[in-house]
Design a protein around this ligand. Structure first.
Ligand SMILES: Cc1ncc(COP(=O)(O)O)c(C=O)c1O
Length: 511
């Protein structure tokens, strides 16, 4: 049937409207590239050593006026994938806390993008909304939260902490704060250990409370928050007329993986009327591992929990999650009613619109990659692999302790091992311990930089007290013991070379 043409309407813009055959052919070529990446991954360098100018010239072209054509686009993407990438999924990537990316999750993400539902409203995404609700129930149960708990997926740990802390702020200061702002309230205080992740400081800034309200409570020699110091800080604030409001306990600090004393903090929060938020961005998923679960005792008493599937559930970036003990707290904090969105809820029998539970209004189908990963691997495999990652970190720690040129820098709680290179023949600290420490920090910093540029293994660092130390974090189902061995081999090789280069001038110039 020929369509009637209205002369006022220009010709259709066919180049935006690919037919199914063309879409599938293009998609197949992208999937082909992904398959090639999976095949070649173990043999690729973890990272390449190009400066920003080289990368920019390699990946940036001017946006064309006319279509580029699939061949040229695929070539462009192939060079992006193989010339200008760092691979968190590489078995020898152990830097920061960056999950490997599940394979079924990546495939699911393609479908999620293809279907392009908006998971801000139930009617726009019936299946996806119910899947996200089911995931939230699964996670709430895994953390031991009671019926009535709820939550939502967000972009990552930063946003999960922000969202939990927004609910906390509004509950603790009263919902009027949403209208009147924080200026209408007296001074308040929030508590976390000195090891808290910077995203908590930034969340308090974004909440209008100011990062200055954060009291950084001291830690013990295993890097866990000191309860006595927390108690003292709360008392000192009350004495000064400052209102204590929230404690942020960390379950898996970014530097060492330490877990704050959750049960004791929960007890204190209940007694003092404070909101307990747990930043479990890294450590949280370890509640799925039978041997690690006991370390999280007390987390079930939290008012809110932030954790990241894209870290230790290995799902592709990005996807974090915030859970609250009582879902009403999220609704109260984020509900926003727009006049252009109307629904007769009794007639349609739909459920919650997830765009009312977090700062995001329109939302993608982030849940699918997490859901499909859980379906494809099963809960048990997750628990076993998380436990395996932690065993690898302990294995590295044991190798460090047995090595004459390495020193363990912190106890291993989860899957992070902190250590440093200490040349075997470096004189002890009797002469000038300060200069020695300074030299070791400078040396280990150089080792980290050269190691990242080298590309055979990729680790990062922690700063513990004043000491710069090396840090390997395993959130990768491809990593095995030989990869941990490679970390030490490469660090020892570079350490010995850099020590020979730096030591002669170091002590004189560091005075
Ligand atoms: C304890 C902790 N909290 C929050 C974050 C921030 O998470 P994201 O990078 O997913 O925003 C991190 C990241 O490493 C973390 O380790």
């Amino acid at each position: 049937m020929s369509q009637r043409r209205d002369p006022a309407i220009p010709d259709p813009v066919q180049s935006l409207n690919w037919d199914a055959e063309r879409a599938k052919a293009f998609g197949d070529r992208i999937v082909e590239l992904w398959g090639e990446y999976l095949t070649r991954l173990p043999g690729l360098p973890v990272a390449k050593h190009d400066d920003a100018g080289v990368v920019r010239r390699g990946v940036v072209t001017t946006v064309p006026d006319e279509p580029l054509g699939e061949d040229a686009i695929v070539e462009h993407l192939r060079s992006l994938a193989f010339e200008y990438a760092t691979y968190p999924g590489h078995p020898r990537f152990m830097a920061y806390i960056t999950g490997a990316g599940t394979v079924p999750g990546a495939a699911a993400d393609l479908l999620a993008a293809g279907l392009n539902m908006n998971v801000g409203a139930w009617r726009l995404s019936p299946g996806p909304t119910e899947i996200e609700r089911a995931l939230i129930r699964f996670f709430a149960e895994a953390f031991g939260l009671p019926t009535g708990a709820g939550g939502v997926l967000v972009s990552g740990g930063a946003m999960a902490n922000f969202t939990g802390l927004k609910a906390a702020r509004d509950h603790q200061l009263g919902l009027d704060v949403r209208r009147d702002g924080v200026a209408a309230h007296g001074p308040v205080a929030v508590y976390a250990s000195s090891e808290v992740h910077v995203t908590t400081d930034r969340a308090l800034d974004m909440l209008g409370l100011g990062s200055g309200v954060l009291r950084k409570v001291g830690v013990d020699d295993t890097w866990r928050m000191r309860l006595d110091a927390l108690r003292d800080a709360i008392r000192a604030d009350r004495d000064r007329g400052v209102q204590p409001t929230i404690v942020v306990a960390t379950a898996g600090t970014v530097a060492t993986g330490a877990i704050d004393p959750l049960a004791d903090i929960a007890e204190l929060c209940e007694r003092e009327g404070l909101w307990m938020h747990v930043d479990g961005a890294y450590g949280g998923p370890a509640v799925l591992a039978d041997d690690l679960r006991p370390l999280f005792g007390g987390i079930e008493r939290a008012d809110s929990i932030a954790f990241d599937p894209h870290k230790w559930m290995y799902t592709p970036h990005s996807g974090g999650c915030v859970l609250v003990r009582d879902e009403a707290r999220l609704e109260e904090s984020f509900s926003a009613h727009a006049s252009y969105i109307r629904e007769d809820t009794e007639r349609v029998e739909h459920e919650v619109d997830l765009g009312h539970l977090s700062p995001q209004f329109s939302r993608g189908f982030q849940a699918l990659k997490i859901w499909v990963s859980l379906l494809a691997h099963g809960r048990r495999a997750y628990g076993e692999r998380i436990s395996h990652d932690a065993a690898l970190a302990r294995y590295l720690a044991a190798r460090v302790e047995a090595h004459p040129s390495f020193e363990l820098a912190a106890p291993v709680t989860l899957s992070i091992c902190c250590f440093r290179y200490v040349p075997e023949d470096l004189p002890g600290g009797d002469g000038d311990p300060v200069a020695r420490e300074r030299y070791l920090s400078a040396l280990n910093e150089r080792i980290m930089t050269e190691l990242q540029l080298d590309g055979r293994v990729f680790i990062s660092n922690a700063v513990l007290g004043d000491a710069f130390v090396l840090r390997a974090c395993v959130v990768n189902f491809r990593t095995e013991a030989a990869d941990m061995d490679a970390v030490l081999d490469v660090a020892a090789e570079l350490g010995s070379r850099l020590d020979a280069e730096l030591r002669p001038s170091a002590f004189a110039s560091l005075d």
